[in-house]
Design a protein around this ligand. Sequence first.
Ligand code: ZN
Ligand code: CA
Length: 378
Amino acid sequence: MVDRDRLVETFLTLCRINSPAHSEAPVADWLQANLEAIGMTCVRDDAGGAASSPSLSDTGNLIATLAGNVPGAEPIFFAAHMDTVEPNPGVTIIVDGDIIKTDGTTILGADDRAGIAPIVEAMRVLVERDLPHGPIEAVFTVCEEVGLLGAKALDLKRLTARYGFVLDSSPPVGAVVVSAPSQDSFEVTIKGRPAHAGAEPEKGISAIEVAAAAINAMHLGRIDHETTANVGVIHGGEATNIVCPEVVMLAEARSRDPKKLAAQVEHMMHVWKSTAAQYGAEAHIQIEHQYEAYSFGEGDPVVQRALSAARRVGLAATTKSVGGGSDANVFNARGLPTCVLGTAMSGVHTHAERAAISDLCATAEWVIAIAAEGVRKP
Ligand code: ZN
Ligand code: CA
């Protein structure tokens, strides 16, 4: 049912729009024009900044509604994010058989245009073929890559759907993400004491030494099958002849089990504090809870609808657990059961990012099938 050439053109058009986080307006404008052209109603919430400060983006989240054509069919939503992880102005796109990629000097932006383009194609097919469906809300968020900020700010009063699907995961298409972790992030400042490193080093306390000892004593990397931790950024020091007085570290911990996350956070705090104390230094720790874990069973209606629709269009319907967060973590925490669908994107957040055209088409077929699942014209 999907128009392959039209879908590829949509995908390429979106990938050529430069829209890093905070600058999603050109994507929102393109979507609004093209979705209004097929009769969808578009509104933007004020997540962009009219009411919030500091301003998130040059646009709000875009909510496009397709009225249902079967009385009584329940509304559902599909969501994807409009921002990309880094800018890619002037991207050079190479189509090599089934594979769409860049020349290797920038990201492609398949994350998350491999979600957006199939949603657009599916809406076009539903309308032109007059297939039976309930009300559909297509939600396009801002600032996903910088902390799920658009989803957190989304004006839920504008949604009538009580559950939905986020298109923002890697292949295989047909795989449904049923579980994702919570994440806490840390900013840790180690305060030592400066001294001349040649003249009187014994008067100093090296924050670099404290940081090294703490990191060395800390359980990091893969803690168990559902728990990870990482110190990802470290800044400090000015010159070799100064005992370094201050180091700032950025770190994170994730787990699909909230109790394990709490234990890992406790462990990291303890190591930073006790190591600093041993050296006579101080550790100032700021923790921010980024998002909540979620976990579905195969029997949950949102999962069932996705799996059953996948089977209907001949996809290998499977479930998977992931180690990263998405807008779905926020929607679930805000009371809207949401699972994530596998799409065409792979190698995301790297310059080797790519998407298979066959997977883009399969994703659009899947979205159409989810919309039609269980909906019959009277
Ligand atoms: Zn994404
Ligand atoms: Ca991403």
